[in-house]
Design a protein around this ligand. Sequence first.
Ligand code: GLN
Length: 235
Amino acid sequence: MCRHAAWLGAPRPLTALIQDPEYGLLKQSYAPRRQRHGTVNADGFGMGWYDPSLDGPVRYRRSIPIWADANLPALAQVARSGCLLAAVRCATTGMPIEESATPPFTDGPWLLSHNGRVARDAVRDLADGAESACDSAWLAAAAFQRLRAGLALGEALAEVVAHAGAKDPGARLNLLACDSVSLAATVWGDTLFYRRSQDGVLVASEPLHDLSGWQAVPERSLLLSSPEGVHIQPL
Ligand code: GLN
């Protein structure tokens, strides 16, 4: 399982997900505390954010461990926005280790990450045009296809998870996606937590620090977050 995290609220730098919190994604890349599958997330990392001067998100990803990128700390400090998403990857056995297999995936205004695994046959008829043979890229392509067709963020994720989960009962399908003004995340086989603060909400595979206020999202549910607040519903 990879680890992913996102922020929606007042503008913050990506360091708020990566290196500032005690158990941010940098620490989670080599010492995750709640990871159920895999031990080290060293097969790549990525981050995405929104800049008002651009139509879509800015996305930066590499197929090396996050701690090995000497340019990252300064870049993460200046990459600021009110909607941030980042991930560190532990490749599933048999999946390629390459930049195009590394979340976040992006299309139009959307960024998407996946924690888990799914048999690609279970996703084959949901989408074509994935950028990598990695199962996560196939799930991303399936979600983007639905988003382009006009589904809302949460609806698109829920539909992909329901289809893929029905075809592969052993699938783990924790998806996390955003579009600059809202976030959606599914819980299907792995942990997910969120924490509200005065100026926004953090969503992460596991808590980024030991401050109080982290809430576990129940298995098989969909979390939706927008400026109106956080809403959780069963999948
Ligand atoms: N199956 C995905 C991959 O290979 C995600 C792996 C994970 O969550 N560890 O990248």
